[in-house]
Design a protein around this ligand. Sequence first.
Ligand code: FRU
Length: 512
Amino acid sequence: MVIVVFIVVVSIWYVLQKEDPKQIEETTEASQASYDETWRPQFHYTPAKNWMNDPNGMVYYKGKYHLFYQHNPKGDQFGNMSWGHAVSEDLIHWKELDVAMEPDENGMIFSGSVVVDEDNTSGLFQGDEGGLIAYYTSAGDVQDQRLAYSTDEGKTWTKYEGNPIVPNPGIKDFRDPVVMWHEDSEKWIMLLVAGDKVMFYGSDNMVDWSYLSEFGSDHGAHGGVWETPELFELPVDGNQDQKKWVLQVDMNPGSIAGGSGGQYFIGDFDGKEFKLDRGQTETKWTDYGKDFYATQAFNNMDKVIWIAWMSNWQYAADIPTSPWRGAMSLPREVSLTTNDRGEMLLTQQPVKELDDLRGEKLIEMENRTLDGSMSLPEFDERTYEIVATFRVDEADEFGFKVAQGEGEETIVGYDDQNNYLFTDRNNSGVTDFHPEFGGVFRAPMEAMDGYTIKLHIYVDESSVEVFGNNGQKVLTNQIFPSEGSDDLSIYSYGGNVTIESLEVYDLESMHE
Ligand code: FRU
């Protein structure tokens, strides 16, 4: 008997210690992607391998930006949802770290947020050292909100013994807690989604939460379930004396370009309730492309910088990349501005730090009249940035054909007859992996001052992000062009357009 027990114990020990080196090998491999695989984004974050969706727990802490994310460390499909983890010092160069949180006996670890508990308000830390607190949804038989804390900058987490901190009140889709400090009411606020509305909770100690209010059943678009909310305050047109609150909510399906996408509301938040501004009846869409979902902004910053998952639930499982599946958008600074017609809009601009990736200036033009098509024969690039200002003239339509090759192009244009900015990815390369992937996606947009159209475009190996008129309208789309599709041309249909200025920069890889 004793011998049998001894043999069993020794075998278990043998198996366990044998698995250890494999684990280490996997982790090192995970942080060393080659970045020369087909369609590997060169300046958008991707995990070295396996599945990724929403950004989670974005926080600026001790000089580093932390990006946690929904991740399946075991495969390239949705499943085993864990929190992956990456850090950056400049928002551009990211380093993948070990997986931070993995599923436990209560379920998978769904989306959530991280805040800094500087003064140990929660009492979860030793002395008054403080640390990080993660709020996440535990997705088991029911969804509820839980808390974990970390004293090693988010590398490892201890789950709180008193979990769940917000039990499920009998609502099927009850998830994605976002926690923030509300200065005026001196309270911690949690918002989460419940079916097709947002629920607000308040806390003094970050651990005990009480229900405050809810918003949304009667407002906005309701074609699908609401997910991943976000709330922040911003000055209007940079005026610190006139601030407004923005509530961003994602929805799947039923969004503007089909499938999953985001909408936002402008109003006021008094620490208890979100009140929508009067007169906001039309849905305000965050991005008019198909691939911008589950946005989250960094906590602990004096500006709003957010990142989204650059995919769509319609086809996320089918996109043809390997060994990873899922990419993040560029980080964008978000502002509130008033347009020519007096409408208040959320504008998104790529963060300034991206300029550091600029390599050679490939094209420079000023005051050129274009009638027809102009291809740029020397051009063979897969990763670049276009900064262009057009003056609309007689042309019905004008713009760029990017990632162009044999029978392939992605068109980024402005239709001056119907006043919209669009991306057409019908012939962008591999599109047949899903019937909903191809298409033309349109954002209504007027010329500025009646005649100016500005286009700021980032082309990466498998995405095109378009910022129109200083980020007033944005289109984010994935593309999967063939290897040789690296040409660029400028076009106008139906008459002249003036290129007031054009600059095209080669963009370096964040891994060089
Ligand atoms: C949004 C979402 C969240 C959920 C997570 C699961 O894309 O569905 O609502 O927490 O993804 O991975």
